[in-house]
Design a protein around this ligand. Structure first.
Ligand SMILES: Cc1cc2nc3c(=O)[nH]c(=O)nc-3n(C[C@H](O)[C@H](O)[C@H](O)COP(=O)(O)OP(=O)(O)OC[C@H]3O[C@@H](n4cnc5c(N)ncnc54)[C@H](O)[C@@H]3O)c2cc1C
Length: 393
């Protein structure tokens, strides 16, 4: 098979390049940015994703950057009462065979990019924006900086504003959820010992929620506060630097721990991120071109599964390519294995936006039942094995 082309060098594209190269296919990856970079923030990687990382022999390189939380706790926004807790750590490793990791995004992307650099089967090209795509019966071609590259197939892993998706299915604006996420990292040195438990904490309040956890072994605590955006504020994507006082104001009536986290943030370290998703697609493959990750199933971050879904995609795509020499057959098999699961995560993430932010009697009823639902929800995510052809959902 001639080269497999990958557009986009985010978490999805890099993982895809590694999974495909491990199956013995040559890969050429194009990233539009000058370097492989992710904004400084934390990421949760559940066992369905760490399984893929370990299969790529990244357990050892990741070891110095990750941490493993002992539990996820959901707490009441004002009283701090624990509404539900789900054990992680040893319990998850024993049950699913793989750990639940917390990591700084930058460290994860560095790890993936270093592994891809070291892989003789992968060519990485930066400053390479895929502009046009073309396919015939026998090959696919992309135009980059007026150069043409030909391959046997193209994987569009170029994110929520995917150019490859637009080339295949036309342009369609992502859906703005109406919420924005405050994001910041706080040095754990600035926090009291009692607030440094190795736990992912999710605070539910009326119309808003707040999440914090250790960003791996970085000594930083990752904080995300989701609040409604202003109606006249239709942000395009990432808003650089946001006003610390506004962040404080948004959570002024919340529990002392939440306020402490915000107060101890470096004033110029706050970012605001508008939250977009897309509705599930009926299909995302056309002959020799397919999509992967946020390019085809961008979800709101309320299940912390976007990167995990991209990693699962990568493993399933690679195994489908290894199963047949006919590219269109492999790509449509990949799509059929992934459509249902990723659509479910997109839909559930949207419904979580409503559930997290309930108020009044609805919130009270939710609080009584949440602990019975958590185990079932997490099991459906964590048990998925993207590496096993006989373990399809
Ligand atoms: C607040 C928040 C918290 C989140 N937390 C989690 C979490 O805890 N766990 C989790 O699993 N997920 C989480 N997610 C989701 C996760 O970040 C994304 O789903 C994931 O990063 C998508 O990866 P991707 O590679 O598909 O896309 P992207 O990360 O968007 O990467 C796309 C890449 O393609 C490049 N590119 C774009 N266009 C072109 C082009 N034309 N040519 C070449 N290159 C191009 C871009 O520069 C970029 O490098 C969160 C998201 C948000 C917003």
């Amino acid at each position: 098979m001639s080269e497999i082309l990958v557009a986009g060098g985010g978490i999805g594209g890099l993982t895809a390049a590694l999974c495909i190269a491990r199956r013995g296919f040559p890969v050429r990856l194009f990233e539009q940015a000058p370097t492989f970079e992710e904004p400084g923030a934390g990421l949760q990687l559940s066992p369905n994703a760490s399984r893929v990382m370990h299969d790529l022999a990244l357990k050892a390189p990741l070891r110095s950057s990750v941490s493993q939380p002992e539990a996820i706790e959901i707490r009441h926004w004002r009283s701090g009462r624990v509404l539900a807790a789900y054990p992680l750590g040893k319990r998850v490793r024993e049950r699913y065979g793989f750990p639940y990791y917390l990591v700084l995004r930058k460290d994860l992307v560095d790890c993936l990019a270093n592994a891809a650099h070291d892989d003789a089967g992968i060519e990485l090209q930066t400053n390479a924006r895929v502009e046009r795509v073309h396919q015939s019966r026998a090959h696919v071609a992309v135009s980059i900086n007026r150069n043409r590259h030909v391959g046997s197939l193209l994987v569009g892993a170029d994110g929520i504003h995917s150019a490859v998706r637009t080339a295949l299915f036309g342009s369609e604006t992502p859906w703005y959820s109406g919420d924005i996420a405050w994001r910041t990292l706080v040095s754990s040195e600035n926090l009291p010992e009692a607030m440094l438990r190795p736990v992912v904490t999710i605070w539910w309040g009326p119309g808003k929620h707040f999440v914090h956890y250790h960003a791996g072994d970085s000594g930083l605590v990752n904080c995300v506060g989701v609040v409604p955006g202003l109606d006249d504020e239709q942000p395009s994507s990432w808003i650089e630097r946001a006003d610390h006082a506004e962040f404080q104001e948004d959570f002024a009536r919340w529990h002392r721990d939440v306020r402490t986290l915000i107060d101890r943030t470096e004033p110029d370290g706050c970012r605001k991120w508008a939250l977009f998703d897309r509705p599930p697609m009926p299909r995302w493959t056309d002959h020799r071109i397919t999509l992967l990750g946020d390019a085809c199933h961008a979800a709101l971050p309320f299940m912390a599964q976007g990167a995990a879904m991209a990693m699962e995609d990568a493993a399933v795509l690679a195994r489908c390519l290894a199963e047949t020499t006919d590219v269109p057959t492999a790509l449509s098999r990949y799509e059929s294995l992934r459509l249902g699961r990723t659509a479910l995560v997109q839909r559930r993430s949207r419904s979580h936006a409503r559930i997290f932010h309930l108020s009044g009697v609805s919130a009270w009823m939710r609080n009584q039942t949440v602990r019975f639902i958590l185990a079932h929800l997490f099991h459906s995510l964590f048990a998925y094995n993207a590496l096993d052809p006989h373990d399809a959902p």
